[in-house]
Design a protein around this ligand. Structure first.
Ligand code: ADP
Ligand code: GN1
Ligand code: MG
Length: 363
């Protein structure tokens, strides 16, 4: 079925004018839909059902979470069309449409916003931190058990490490011999990989409802005010740790270059941006963060960056079957930027901890 026919299955406000590819996500196929003689616009997405095989559970999670967020934004007098994701139902009232093995959904397009691939303003990053902090605080009362685990072990870094070892052994792409240094980089850090998983299992930190994919291009920034108004890409909302959510924004936002920058001399960890995000995040989450979580924020940033590098390297070894790639070594290039950031953060971890404490005290 062509996209046009798929889009017509949804309750759009008029006749479709155009459907064009949109955004820079690594997972789903995203399109902007415009309507004839109208300013209405929508986001049409084909979910990656190879990755999200439990798309029914995923859409059920999104429906639950978006309706809770809608009520909160409304009760706080916010603009529900811009500050929360609004699913558009199909003509027969469902939240998605399936055609063969494909699953499609439509959201209202949030207008007059930008997404950043690289952060160039501490203010914007502070606003982003505040939005993600608020997001977790708003979902604090939400029972994590009512959500399904969309991708089991998504941020279980121990499991990620085991999958990485399997990928080396299987060497499906016949590339393992060319990435010995990268493999050693990970193996040297193997004993640190379980720190968050252990803290969750021993209940030193709470299991919460978290976003799990908080990279900077998953938040819409108001074009005029620079405020982070809407958190998007809700596919991986499920029980998790706040440390990963905090960490993934740091991984993506404190990088002075793109995630796939080939010139590693341009890749650095910007500690001033770290401070800006910390300030915003801690203001947004308020009293909901525990002392132990606060003391582990920097660890969250290091571990998720390492995890992300491991995932890119694993996919490189597996033959590029998970992340969208544009050229042969794309996943390896991404892995290199992540490992460089890991080193940079490791060498500044004590400053990172001191910044988190200072920001908390200054709220
Ligand atoms: P992926 O899972 O592939 O990353 P996303 O849901 O993040 O897909 O969407 C990809 C991009 O599309 C986003 O980075 C953003 O630029 C844009 N986008 C997605 N949803 C909306 C929306 N409701 N309004 C405006 N832009 C959106
Ligand atoms: C993917 O969907 P997107 O592009 O926002 C991935 C994240 C990675 C990220 C790395 C479901 O995020 O986990 O951290 O790429 N999403 C999924 O850029 O695997
Ligand atoms: Mg995304």
């Amino acid at each position: 079925m062509v996209k046009y026919d798929i889009a017509k299955k949804f309750n759009l406000s008029g006749e479709i004018d155009s459907i064009t590819p949109y955004g820079e996500g690594h997972i789903n196929d995203t399109f902007l839909v415009t309507i004839k003689n109208s300013s209405a616009q929508y986001i049409l997405q084909r979910l990656n059902t190879k990755i999200f095989s439990n798309y029914r559970g995923l859409m059920d999670n999104i429906q639950k979470v978006t309706s809770v967020l809608y009520n909160i934004v409304q009760s706080q007098g916010g603009d529900v069309d811009r500050e929360c994701m609004r699913l558009i139902p199909t003509l027969d009232g469902k939240s998605y449409y399936t055609s063969g093995s494909d699953c499609w959904r439509v959201y209202l397009f949030v207008k007059d916003t930008v997404v950043y691939q690289v952060i160039d303003s501490p203010d914007v990053f502070e606003n982003t931190g505040e939005a993600f902090g608020k997001f977790i605080a708003r979902l604090d009362g939400f029972d994590a058990n009512t959500l399904c685990e969309v991708i089991p072990n998504f941020h279980n870094t121990v499991d990620r490490y085991n999958k990485f070892l399997t990928a080396i052994e299987q060497n499906k792409s016949n590339r393992a011999q060319f990435v010995k240094e990268e493999i050693d980089f990970v193996k040297k850090r193997a004993d640190k990989l379980s720190v968050i998983v252990d803290a969750l299992n021993s209940k030193q930190i709470p299991l919460r409802v978290t976003h799990n994919d908080t990279k900077i291009n998953n938040v819409l920034i108001d074009r005029t005010s620079g405020k982070a108004i809407c958190i998007i890409d809700l596919d991986t909302i499920m029980p998790g740790s706040l440390l990963y959510d905090f960490g993934d924004s740091i991984r993506s936002g404190c990088n002075t270059a793109l995630e796939d920058e080939k010139d590693l001399s341009l890749v650095d960890f910007d500690i001033n941006l770290y401070e800006a995000y910390c300030r915003g995040f801690l203001r947004g989450i308020g009293e909901k963060i525990t002392d132990k979580e606060l003391e582990m924020l920097h660890i969250g940033a290091i571990i998720i960056t390492l995890e992300c590098g491991i995932r890119f390297l694993t996919d490189y070894l597996d033959g590029d079957v998970y992340f969208k790639t544009q050229y042969a070594d794309h996943n390896l290039v991404r892995c290199h930027t992540q490992f460089k950031l890991v080193e940079k953060m490791e060498s500044q971890s004590q400053q990172m901890l001191a910044i988190a404490r200072k920001c908390k005290n200054n709220i």
